[in-house]
Write a protein that binds this ligand. Structure first.
Ligand code: ADP
Ligand code: GLC
Length: 484
C-alpha cells in the first residue's frame, strides 16, 4: 500500500449470499464487504462459482464480464485453471471462479484428499488472481477452514512463502476444521514438509487446515467477543483451544452485523405485509399467513414459537425434542424450518405428526419461507450449545420476534434478558439443558399474555443497531494495524 492509497483487501470466501449460502458465513460475506467499502477500504471478493451460482447472478440482473486471463493453481501434479467472471455486487468488485473443480456439491459429506482438493485449489487461485486483474491485495481476508489453505500457503508453500503476504483468518465456527489424511496431500500441495508438525498443521496424525490457518495467519478474528474468550477454553473448540490460547495475542472478537437493508420489516417484499417500529399493524397479517402455511387455525392468539436453523448438534434441538410435551402444555404453537442431521429431522417430523394442530416442521432450506417465519413468529427459539455469533436472533429481532436464547457466544453479546434490572430485548438461560430452556420459554409465554409489556420488548429488539457500521470500523482498524 502506498501512502494515501486505500487499503486493498481480498475477501476469500466459499459462500456468498445471495448466490451461495449454507449459513451465516454466506450472509457475512454478502454484507460485510459493502460496509468495509463504505468505510473506505478497497475491498474485493473472490468465490467459487458452485453449480447454480452464475445462474443466480444472471437472474439478479447483474452485468458480468469474463476476464481475458484465467487463474491457475499447480496442485496434484497438474495445472488447475479457472475462468474469472467479474460482477459488481452491491458496489463491490466480485470475482467468480468457474472450473470443473467447483462442479460438485459445495461442501463434501466426507472429507479426504480428493474432496478437500477444490478448497486448496481455490486458495491458490485466489493468490493468483492478482495476475488476472490489475490489482494486488495488501491483505487476504480468509474465512473458516475452507479458505484456511491460503494462510498456510503464504507461510509454508515452496513458492508462495517466497512471494509472502499478510492474511487474516476469521473463525466463523471452530467446530469445522477441515481434517483429513495427510497422504498424498502433503506431497501434492507443494507445502514444505515442516508444515506438518504438532505446532503447525498436524493434528493427531491428520491434516487440520483450520489449525494451520490459525497458526499461519498474520491475525485471527472471530465473530463475537464472547466466543473469542470461549474458544480459548477446552470444551468449546474440539481441541483447538490450546492453539487458540497460545495464539491469543493475535486474536480479536468482532461482532457480526446484518445486511439491515435486506432484513427490513418495513421494506421486505417476501413478507405478506410490511411493518415498522412506528406502525406494528402489518405484523398480524404476517402472523396469519404463517399460521395458514402451517395449517393451523388462523384466528388463534396462542404464542407462536419459531425456529429457522441448520439442524445440527450445535443448535441444541435435542433440548427442543425433549421438551415437546411441556411446550405443548404452555399452549404455544411451534413452527420450525430447517434441514440437517437425520435424527433431528426425524424427531421433529414425529413431533409434528403427533401434534398436527400445534407443531409444524418445514423440512428443507427455503429463504423466502424463512422471512415468513421471522416476521410471523412471536418468539424465536435459539437454544444453542455453542454459537460463534448467530445471525438468526438478530434477524428475528428486526421483525419484532422476541428471542429466547442460551447465554453463549454471540447470543450472549446480542440477547439480553428483560428481567435484568436494566431491562432487555429477549429471554435468556444459562444451563444447556431442557429445564433451563423451558424456564426461559415459560417466562416468555407468560409475558406474551401481557400485550403492552410484550410490545415494549418487541420494540426494544426492533430498535437495536445490528448494522455493520461499528464492526466494519473495527476490521478497518485491524487492517491498518497489520500494515504497520
Ligand atoms: P449458522 O451460520 O450457524 O447456520 P447463523 O444464525 O449465523 O447460524 O446464520 C444462519 C443463516 O442461515 C440465517 O440467515 C438463517 O436465516 C439461514 N438459515 C438457516 N437455516 C435455514 C433454512 N432452513 N432455510 C432458510 N434459511 C436458513
Ligand atoms: C457460523 C456460526 C454462526 C455465525 C456465522 C457467521 O456459521 O455458526 O454463529 O453467526 O458463522 O459468522
Amino acid at each position: 500500500m502506498t501512502k494515501g492509497n486505500r487499503l486493498k483487501v481480498l475477501f476469500v470466501t466459499t459462500e456468498l449470499a445471495p448466490f451461495s449460502k449454507v449459513g451465516g458465513l454466506g450472509d457475512v460475506a454478502g454484507s460485510l464487504p459493502k460496509a468495509l467499502s463504505q468505510a473506505g477500504v478497497d475491498v474485493r471478493v473472490v468465490t467459487p462459482a458452485w453449480p447454480g451460482v452464475l445462474e443466480k447472478v444472471a437472474e439478479s440482473g447483474l452485468k458480468t464480464t469474463t476476464l481475458k486471463t484465467q487463474v491457475y493453481a499447480a496442485y496434484d501434479w497438474r495445472i488447475h485453471s479457472a475462468t474469472v467472471i467479474k460482477a459488481e455486487v452491491k458496489g463491490v468488485p466480485t470475482y467468480f471462479l468457474k472450473s470443473d473443480d467447483y462442479a460438485g456439491d459445495m461442501y463434501p459429506s466426507q472429507l479426504n484428499y480428493w474432496t478437500a482438493s477444490p478448497f486448496a485449489v481455490f486458495c491458490m487461485q485466489a493468490l493468483e488472481l492478482k495476475n488476472a486483474v490489475d490489482w494486488e491485495p495488501d491483505i487476504y481476508h480468509c474465512h473458516d477452514w475452507t479458505s484456511a489453505f491460503l494462510p498456510c500457503s503464504l507461510a509454508w508453500h515452496r513458492y508462495y512463502r517466497q512471494v509472502g503476504g499478510r492474511s487474516i483468518m476469521t473463525l466463523h465456527n471452530v467446530a469445522y476444521q477441515g481434517i483429513f489424511e495427510p497422504s498424498p496431500f502433503l506431497e501434492a500441495s507443494g507445502l514444505e514438509p515442516w508444515s506438518f508438525s504438532s505446532s503447525t498443521m498436524e493434528f493427531y496424525g491428520q491434516v487440520n487446515l483450520l489449525k494451520g490457518g490459525i497458526v499461519a495467519a498474520t491475525a485471527v478474528t472471530t465473530v463475537s467477543p464472547t466466543y473469542a474468550g470461549e474458544i480459548q477454553t477446552y470444551e468449546s473448540t474440539r481441541e483447538l483451544s490450546g492453539i487458540l490460547y497460545q495464539q491469543r495475542s493475535k486474536l480479536r472478537g468482532i461482532l457480526n452485523g446484518l445486511d439491515t437493508k435486506y432484513w427490513d420489516a418495513e421494506k421486505d417484499k417476501l413478507i405478506p405485509k410490511n411493518f415498522s417500529v412506528k406502525d406494528l399493524k402489518g405484523k398480524s397479517a404476517c402472523r396469519r399467513e404463517l399460521l395458514e402455511r402451517a395449517g393451523f387455525d388462523t384466528g388463534t392468539d396462542a404464542p407462536i414459537i419459531v425456529g429457522v436453523s441448520r439442524l445440527v448438534e450445535q443448535k441444541g434441538f435435542d433440548l427442543v425434542l425433549n421438551g415437546i410435551n411441556e411446550i405443548k402444555a404452555m399452549g404455544a404453537k411451534l413452527i420450525i424450518l430447517g434441514s440437517g442431521q437425520d435424527w433431528i429431522e426425524n424427531g421433529l417430523n414425529q413431533a409434528a405428526e403427533a401434534n398436527p394442530d400445534s407443531i409444524k416442521f418445514f423440512r428443507g432450506y427455503d429463504e423466502p419461507l424463512s422471512h415468513v417465519l421471522y416476521s410471523g413468529g412471536d418468539i424465536f427459539l435459539m437454544p444453542s450449545v455453542f454459537e460463534p455469533c448467530g445471525l438468526s436472533q438478530m434477524i428475528s429481532m428486526r421483525y419484532g420476534t422476541v428471542p429466547v436464547a442460551r447465554e453463549v457466544g454471540g447470543l450472549r453479546d446480542t440477547v439480553f434478558d428483560v428481567d435484568r434490572p436494566e431491562g432487555g430485548n429477549g429471554f435468556t438461560f444459562q444451563t444447556c439443558d431442557t429445564e433451563g430452556m423451558l424456564w426461559a420459554l415459560r417466562r416468555a409465554v407468560e409475558r406474551y399474555r401481557n400485550k403492552d409489556a410484550w410490545q415494549e420488548i418487541m420494540l426494544e429488539g426492533m430498535r437495536e443497531d445490528f448494522t455493520w457500521d461499528k464492526s466494519a470500523l473495527l476490521y478497518k482498524e485491524l487492517y491498518e494495524d497489520l500494515m504497520q
